[in-house]
Design a protein around this ligand. Structure first.
Ligand SMILES: *Cc1c(COP(=O)(O)O)cnc(C)c1O
Length: 399
């Protein structure tokens, strides 16, 4: 079990950060429905794979675009007490939402000058370089407090973390952790979505070799895919993100998570056009027959990739309505001829993500990954929260 790091007190930081405000249901061009019941189910399902390790949650980038203000308390209610974000600002926002018995970690560490704000907010930085470490120790000295920290090591991804040389430098100095209380040692896997890649085992051994030099240290290495790699990757704490939100973290395996997200976007105009009609920017599509078109109120500014031009589709009544021509900034035009004439109306919702089309389906059509689709879903969509498909009983009064 992860030990409690009790060597610091949480104080109000006095910095007010607001969570994103989303438009109302009536005025929004589309609606993202987030199933908090499915989210909690996924958290518990991941937790059930652990034996003695603790499940944290990664809620960076506004909980992958789903609204950290609602997602984080739901995870808290499921027992989650360790929350990871990428930036200090995200951590400060979370501090205002979550009870004070949670640990909030800043994965990317601190920029010079922000250490004091972090310390006063009781947020734990991941220290990725000797410079970040020195700055944090200096802050501990100035505040005359022991400050909590996480040390991250680069075990083969060359992205963030202390290098092997840094480890030697660190250990050569007997007072190298004076003023700090290290919660755990962490690293990040580059290829966890590919279980057969030998780099997974290499990175795990590298972290273990480093950990041997920090007696009693606890480890944290697994993201969503890392959890599925098996118990040896679980350490004391795991930090899943994408799988909580219903994503499939594995490249070649069946998704075992429940879907959490739906996106429905409104119809803004319909028309019937004769053969030979050009559609959209550049006239990139020309109709070959009499066609019913529907213009949908979502475009690349809403996170619907322009790469879906001429490739993707939306669904209405279970029918596939292919995207014709280019996706615009705020709209896209689809072929609605598969529907009864006149059946789509102004303001009606069509499915972009849902039972007929998963986040991964869209990602594949757009030549990207589900993570990018989720995290870029627009701020112009209304977010609605439900519990296992039903209207969320806590929704009223919390807003
Ligand atoms: C984003 C992130 C995670 C979460 O990864 P998922 O694949 O979404 O589970 C975990 N650890 C680090 C360091 C990250 O940056």
């Amino acid at each position: 079990m992860l030990s409690e790091c009790t060597c610091f007190e949480v104080r109000g930081c006095g910095v007010q950060m607001s969570i994103f405000n989303y438009p109302s249901r009536e005025t929004a061009s589309g609606i993202i429905t987030v199933d908090l019941g499915a989210l909690v189910h996924n958290y518990r399902a991941l937790h059930a794979r652990l034996h003695g390790s603790v499940a944290g949650a990664v809620v960076k980038a506004d909980a992958y675009g789903l609204g950290a203000g609602r997602v984080s308390p739901a995870l808290y209610s499921a027992g989650c007490r360790h929350f990871f974000v990428a930036l200090l600002d995200e951590a400060l926002s979370l501090r205002h939402i979550l009870p004070s018995d949670v640990s909030i970690y800043v994965l990317n560490g601190l920029l010079p000058g922000s250490e004091r704000i972090c310390a006063e907010a009781g947020v734990v930085p991941v220290l990725n370089s000797l410079e970040q470490l020195r700055n944090w120790k200096m802050t501990a000295g100035k505040c005359d407090r022991i400050l909590p920290a996480v040390l991250q090591f680069d075990t083969g991804m060359s992205r963030l973390g202390l290098s092997p040389t840094d480890v030697e430098t660190l250990i050569a100095d007997p007072g190298f952790l004076d003023g700090l209380c290290v919660d755990f040692l962490m690293s990040h896997l580059a290829c966890a979505d590919e279980p057969v890649d030998p780099q997974n085992a290499e990175q795990l051994s590298a972290l273990r070799r480093i950990a041997a030099r920090f007696p009693g240290a606890q480890l944290c290495i697994a993201n969503s895919a890392g959890i599925l790699l098996g118990a040896e990757y679980h350490g004391s704490l795991v930090r899943p993100g994408f799988a909580l939100y219903g994503g499939n973290p594995m490249t070649r395996e069946q998704n075992t998570m429940l879907p959490v997200v739906r996106l429905d976007v409104r119809v803004i105009q319909t028309r019937t056009v004769p053969p030979g009609t050009r559609v959209g920017y550049g006239g990139a599509y020309v109709t070959s027959e009499l066609m019913q078109l529907a213009t949908i109120f979502g475009g690349y500014a809403d996170g619907i990739p322009r790469h879906l031009s001429g490739k993707g589709a939306v669904y209405a009544d279970g029918r596939r309505l292919p995207i014709l021509g280019r996706v615009s900034m705020d709209t896209m035009t689809v072929n609605a001829s598969a529907l009864q004439p006149g059946s789509l109306h102004l303001g009606e919702l069509v499915e972009v993500i849902g039972p007929h089309q998963s986040v991964e389906d869209i990602a594949e059509a757009a030549d990207t990954i589900g993570y990018e689709i989720l995290t870029r879903l627009g701020r112009r969509f209304h977010r609605e929260y439900v519990w296992c498909g039903q209207p969320d009983r806590c929704e009223k009064g919390k807003e």
